[in-house]
Design a protein around this ligand. Structure first.
Ligand code: UTP
Length: 234
């Protein structure tokens, strides 16, 4: 049997600007799940918190300063988004785990019974990128896809620097040098979570970073084809 594959779906992908895009994106995600199941493959989907996470953390941060407590608010939001994805896939008859696992060991075990496992966050101190890497590790996978809302990892923030250059391929050590190893603040955004990168280095997991607004890119990467994005080799 083939090993499960794992993707981290950034929470921002669930709420694109245009509501028409939203319907198309969810429709294509459903087609992708059917394609995976049709080929007797298994898929772990780790969903980020996006807007509800940021809003919830901002609201709570008026009264709470403890990072772990604010992270718990973010985790709750990731599980709402995970439930949305889980239910839209169950609705078309995919063989999806009926509950949202709260840790990656349980999630990996669900693959004995189900083709698709959807989950959100686990514990404070990291983002769902790190959960996806942990799930890949616990499933014995060598690769993990991080689907976000930028096309590549860049050498500088492309929103700030017009001359920012995208990486097509880089080593995990180059990425660590670029982004450091520090824990992110609750709700903080970054192209990849440094904690996730540290885990990937330790477990020798390659990371594919790509623009998840285009489901075709996710499908290409899952199918082992060339994809537009950044491949980080561990
Ligand atoms: P996300 O994984 O959604 O962070 O977690 P993100 O990188 O902003 O991803 P997008 O924007 O959805 O793509 C949101 C917050 O939830 C907490 C953290 O505070 C994180 O910033 N969190 C999430 C945890 O503490 N642990 C987890 O396992 C997951």
């Amino acid at each position: 049997m083939r090993l499960p594959q794992v993707i981290a779906l950034g929470g921002s992908l669930l709420r694109p600007e245009e509501s028409e895009n939203r319907k198309t994106w969810f429709g294509k995600l459903r087609q992708l799940a059917v394609h995976i199941e049709g080929n007797s493959r298994k898929l772990g989907i780790v969903v980020g918190g996006g807007l509800p996470a940021r809003e919830g953390i901002e609201l709570a941060s008026n009264l709470i300063s403890d990072s772990d407590r604010l992270d718990e608010v973010g985790i709750a939001a990731t599980r709402i988004n995970a439930t949305i994805i889980q239910q839209i896939l169950i609705d078309i008859g995919c063989n999806v785990a009926p509950s949202i696992p709260h840790n990656t060991v349980d999630a990996a075990q669900y693959f004995d019974q189900y083709n698709i496992v959807v989950m959100g966050g686990t514990t404070p101190g990291h983002t769902t990128d790190a959960v996806a890497i942990s799930l890949a590790r616990d499933c014995g996978a060598r690769d993990c896809i991080i689907a976000t809302n930028v096309s590549h990892i860049f050498d500088k923030d492309p929103k700030v620097s017009e001359d920012a250059k995208p990486f097509v391929e880089m080593t995990i050590y180059e990425l660590i040098e670029l982004i450091g190893t520090d824990r992110m603040k609750p709700g903080q955004s970054a192209v990849v979570d440094p904690i996730a990168v540290g885990l990937a280095e330790k477990s020798q997991i390659n990371i594919a970073v790509l623009d998840g607004r285009d489901i075709d890119l996710i499908e290409s990467a899952l199918d082992g084809k060339e994809f537009e994005g950044t491949l980080v080799r561990s």
